[in-house]
Design a protein around this ligand. Structure first.
Ligand SMILES: Cc1cc2nc3c(=O)[nH]c(=O)nc-3n(C[C@H](O)[C@H](O)[C@H](O)COP(=O)(O)OP(=O)(O)OC[C@H]3O[C@@H](n4cnc5c(N)ncnc54)[C@H](O)[C@@H]3O)c2cc1C
Length: 370
């Protein structure tokens, strides 16, 4: 194969953003993906029932980053959408993250009223308190609350999601679980929130629709590719032939089902910390308000990532895996014309906005070097 100037491995959000920026700059880009579709993890499609389904699980866009929002808005209109999640606990469906409405659903007024006052006095109204901070309080009622949330939501969910008990997971996982001292049931509070009006795949199609961009699907990177600059959004261990061992990930099996009824559940996503082997059920017609006499849902079953058998979903960030990643990054310094980024290249959990911001940053860094 002849040498290409800019080779991008991975046609997900990260790769597509760098491709478009290079193309707008007048540079030719060759982008490959081993999958049979563009979009990577955010790939969606309209199924035979007219419902827009997210193949790799529900994706809701949210950000406070105006640069990212404005960039993506060049390629799509947005359906305003505020995600609401319920959790099935103590036999009822209640709002998640745990907030004052949840508090009043799960405890009698005599208890919830007292705890509500203490939460507002200690942390302030509308503040988010990480569960780790709540666990540390001296107050016995607030400790009772933190224990309740920990046992009923967090403990079992973590075991299913990560395959280990919370005390064996990285503290950053626990730190991300907030209690909201307010009544806002939205899952995200960012300024910009929504779902692309015609789906994520259509948004990326438009981004890649440029005379300087050539997309090759069903194409896995191998040693035969010759390039001047390489933009790598695959897993970094794979690039280096697993020299220091495999970086561990969690994977998820999505079990899609369609039912001949208007709605399956009362919210787009319902989490099931206890009971059942799945972690959550998502009902897709909520996102774009699709009209269909059927409804499509997915059950999520987490498992370990096994190379060649399933997909990498969540990096398992802990001290030993971070140390393996750091060794690969040392090696990366010997390849200054190779740029590692994206959720796999950086071995980080990135929400879409963060993956997009990082891709824009990588492009800027590259341009400055030219
Ligand atoms: C279950 C789940 C739910 C999520 N929900 C949300 C959400 O609601 N909101 C939100 O903001 N974010 C969400 N995210 C995060 C979001 O999926 C990521 O931010 C985004 O997909 C990152 O894009 P990327 O291009 O970096 O990676 P990817 O989408 O993984 O793209 C990488 C691409 O590289 C290709 N590739 C890898 N190796 C090779 C190779 N050797 N040769 C050729 N091609 C290769 C892969 O096939 C893939 O297409 C979620 C993530 C998960 C796992």
């Amino acid at each position: 194969m002849a040498e290409v100037k800019n080779l991008i491995v991975g046609c997900g959000l990260s790769g597509a953003i760098v491709a478009r920026n290079l193309a707008d700059d007048g540079q030719e880009v060759f982008i490959i993906d081993k999958k049979e579709h563009i979009g990577g993890n955010i790939y969606d499609y309209r199924n035979e029932h007219g419902i827009m389904v997210h193949k790799y699980g529900p994706h809701i866009f949210h950000t406070n980053n105006k640069v990212v929002w404005d960039f993506l808005t060049r390629f799509t209109e947005w359906q305003p959408y505020f995600h609401k999640v319920l959790v099935f606990m103590d036999g009822q469906f209640v709002p998640l993250p745990f907030n004052l409405n949840t508090l009043h659903c799960v405890f009698p007024k005599s208890i919830s009223g007292k705890i509500e006052i203490k939460l507002i006095e200690k942390f302030g109204f509308n503040k988010k308190v990480p569960i780790l901070e709540l666990v540390k309080t001296e107050d016995k009622d607030l400790r009772f609350l933190s224990q309740y949330i920990y046992e009923n939501i967090f403990f079992e969910y973590t075991k299913k999601q990560w395959g280990v008990a919370p005390d064996e997971t990285d503290n950053s996982v626990l730190a991300r679980v907030p209690v909201c001292v307010g009544c806002d049931d939205r899952y995200f509070q960012d300024k910009y929130q929504g779902v692309p009006m015609n789906g994520y795949t259509a948004m990326l199609q438009k981004m890649l629709d440029h005379k300087n961009i050539k997309v090759h699907l069903n194409t896995k990177f191998d040693g035969t590719f010759k390039y001047k600059n390489l933009f790598w959004t695959g897993s970094v261990d794979e690039f280096f032939g697993y020299k220091f061992g495999e970086l561990p990930y969690r994977s998820i099996r999505f079990d899609f089902k369609t039912f001949c009824r208007d709605k399956f559940q009362i919210s787009a996503t319902v989490n099931y910390p206890t009971n059942y082997d799945f972690t959550r059920i998502t009902e897709y017609k909520y996102f774009l308000n699709d009209k269909s006499e059927n409804t499509t849902i997915s059950y999520e079953y987490p498992s370990d990532f096994e190379n060649g058998k399933n997909d990498r979903q969540y990096p398992i960030v802990n001290d030993s895996n971070t140390a393996i990643y750091a060794k690969y990054m040392e090696l990366a310094k010997e390849n200054p014309n190779v740029y590692f980024f994206g959720r796999l290249g950086d071995y980080k959990y990135y929400d879409m906005w963060a993956a997009a911001a990082r891709a824009l940053e990588v492009y800027e860094k590259f341009i400055k070097k030219q």
